[in-house]
Design a protein around this ligand. Structure first.
Ligand SMILES: [Zn+2]
Length: 336
């Protein structure tokens, strides 16, 4: 048996999960966030107000914990619905620390770890909050324990069972109270040994398809999503603007070269394929709509793409090219 540095996934819970985390220690992360009750800042629609986490120690038990409240800078008043769900009060928020401080400490807490979350919502929110304060993001997208649980116990990777129902399903009773970030992290920890046990029973083929699902999730999590208003009143004008059509890699931010230029895929939706030197094929999706004032608003999504996705877009582009030019609704064909 090879030696493991302290804190690495112990054999008793880790034989299979380890193959998914490549031997890295596990930190389970859970976030709570606030939102605007009356307005939304498109750069940060959800503002983190609590980071909770726990390490899995060398015995497979819940180890060191992390629980900090963040004082929001954008949505300073707690939204009524959020207060109801999280139980976090305005007084607690007012006593919270700045996100940058808490994030710095969390990075130290979770150094070199592979994050695990319940559900796929936390990471995109975390990324936006980190970008908002221009901090660094040293973590890969988390492994989604909810997805593993759904695939392994409910025969569906898309069945999003809530954490406490999952505990009930497994007949795990715990004294852990609901709905604070750190408690949810601990409750997720209770499910890991069961998930791992089930992972061990998978044959190679099933493990392979589960890994493919996790890969796809990772690409989705690394996607860059943004929405921004323009001063244009017509779609045709908006999509001629270089600031709208330029394509950057969502992972490293470098400029990507088009393999398929932006083209009209129907219903004010545009698609494109580009390549990054370091991250391979990328896909771009863009949706145009009009604001109440009649100005064009652009929503874009850039993500890594696999061969199959690239092939699908190429086929759509071919079909688009078959449409006679005067019948194409909008013409967006950049020279590449
Ligand atoms: Zn890249």
């Amino acid at each position: 048996m090879r030696e493991r540095p302290e804190g690495f996934i112990p054999a008793e819970i880790g034989i299979m999960l380890e193959r998914l985390t490549e031997g890295a220690p596990v930190v389970i992360l859970d976030l709570e966030w606030n939102q605007g009750s009356f307005y939304t800042n498109p750069r940060i629609p959800h503002e983190i107000i609590e980071i909770g986490a726990c390490r899995i120690d060398a015995e497979g038990q819940i180890g060191e914990k992390f629980s900090r409240t963040v004082k929001p800078q954008i949505y300073r008043q707690i939204d009524r619905h959020i207060q109801k769900v999280t139980g976090i009060t305005q007084e607690e928020l007012d006593r919270g620390e700045h996100f940058s401080e808490v994030w710095k400490d969390f990075i130290r807490f979770a150094e070199n770890a592979r994050l695990v979350t319940w559900g796929r919502d936390d990471f995109p929110v975390l990324r936006r909050n980190v970008e908002f304060v221009q901090a660094r993001m040293p973590f890969e997208p988390p492994i989604d324990a909810q997805l593993l649980f759904g695939s392994l116990f409910l025969n569906s990777s898309t069945h999003q069972m809530n954490l406490h129902s999952a505990l009930e399903e497994m007949k795990i009773t715990s004294e852990i109270p609901a709905h604070r970030a750190v408690y949810d992290a601990e409750a997720t920890a209770l499910l890991l040994p069961r998930i791992d046990e089930k992972l061990r029973q998978l044959n190679e083929a099933d493990l392979g398809s589960l890994k493919a699902i996790l890969d796809r999730e990772k690409r989705i999590a690394l996607a860059k999503v943004m929405t921004f208003p323009t001063s244009y009143t017509s779609f045709a004008e908006a999509i001629m603007d270089r600031r709208v059509t330029h394509f950057r890699c969502p992972v490293c931010g470098s400029r990507a070269n088009f393999a398929v230029p932006w083209f009209d895929a129907g219903k004010e939706k545009f698609e494109a394929v580009a390549r990054c030197h370091s991250h391979g094929y990328l896909q771009g999706n863009m949706h145009l709509k009009k604001s109440a004032k009649g100005k064009v608003v652009i929503s874009q999504r850039f993500s890594q793409a696999n061969e199959e996705q690239v092939k699908t877009i190429k086929n759509k582009y071919r079909a688009f090219k078959m449409i006679p030019e005067n019948k194409r609704h909008h013409r967006l064909e950049m020279r590449i």
